[in-house]
Design a protein around this ligand. Structure first.
Ligand SMILES: N[C@@H]1[C@@H](O)[C@H](O)[C@@H](COP(=O)(O)O)O[C@@H]1O
Length: 240
């Protein structure tokens, strides 16, 4: 794992953008795995600004998102479909038909998404990390070989994500459809961004702990091309 520590969220976003831009420049037909949450928002802003100022084109780029809540209509303000359009897709020249998000509530629908994912080679998978070490919605205890699946969210994730639902845990969906850890590890390159003190324990377990199902992100130790971009607060627990 290559670990880059930045002074703050903005610098983290700029550094992550450099990694992203390099992939897109080398391959304008790249397949990108995308993530939601506050961690990648700054990176998406950099991509939009670069598209507007430098004309970087996404015409031939294809995207696959990691996850989506079960039970929220597509156009719900907190659906990941809405998030991706609001933060990225509506501001760049990507073709709607080239963007993919998982959807549905059954394992059959999850398997269909995995088949689509298997048919492409992802050049760069972007990830955030949950406070309990989850990636996508793969909660602690998820087998590393897991493919796209329906997930029961843990109380800790429901609580963490309630900030997007008026701080009301009753409004947070209780399930999600998520690429598995095995799906994520299929990407050629992985870029994980994390900021803030509340991520420090998960970041330490991911990088310096053993590769164990109790920290889903520690599975990334098994991949040979991972770049982790952190701000100082998220890196605070690291020994090295
Ligand atoms: N499913 C998403 C994850 O993909 C994301 O990494 C995590 C952290 O979110 P944030 O970046 O807002 O802290 O939250 C959600 O649960």
């Amino acid at each position: 794992m290559r670990v880059i520590v930045c002074k703050d969220y903005n610098e983290m976003s700029e550094k992550a953008f450099e990694v992203m831009k390099d992939v897109i420049t080398k391959n304008p037909k790249a397949v990108l795995g995308l993530a939601t949450g506050s961690s990648p928002e700054g990176l998406y802003k950099c991509m939009v600004r670069d598209h507007e100022e430098n004309g970087t084109s996404y015409q031939d780029i294809t995207t696959y998102n990691l996850d989506e809540y079960v039970g929220l209509p597509k156009n719900h303000p907190e659906s990941y479909y809405t998030f991706m359009h609001k933060n990225l897709f509506d501001h760049i020249d990507i073709k709607e038909e080239n963007t993919h998000l998982p959807s549905g509530s059954t394992q059959e629908e999850a398997d269909t998404y995995e088949k689509q994912w298997d048919a492409v080679t992802c050049d760069l998978q972007l990830l955030g990390i949950g406070r309990n070490g989850h990636i996508g919605f793969n909660e602690p205890g998820t087998p590393f070989a897991q493919t796209t699946h329906i997930v029961d969210l843990t109380p800790s994730t429901i609580e963490a994500n309630s900030r997007f639902f008026d701080h009301d845990i009753n409004k947070v969906p209780k399930q999600a459809i998520s690429m598995g850890i095995g799906s994520i590890l299929k990407a050629k390159k992985i870029l994980l961004v994390a900021s803030g003190a509340e991520k420090a324990d998960a970041v330490k377990a991911m990088i310096e702990g053993p590769a164990t199902e109790s920290c889903p992100a520690s599975a990334l130790q098994k991949h040979d091309d991972v770049v982790v971009v952190l701000d100082q607060a998220a890196a605070a627990g690291l020994d090295r």
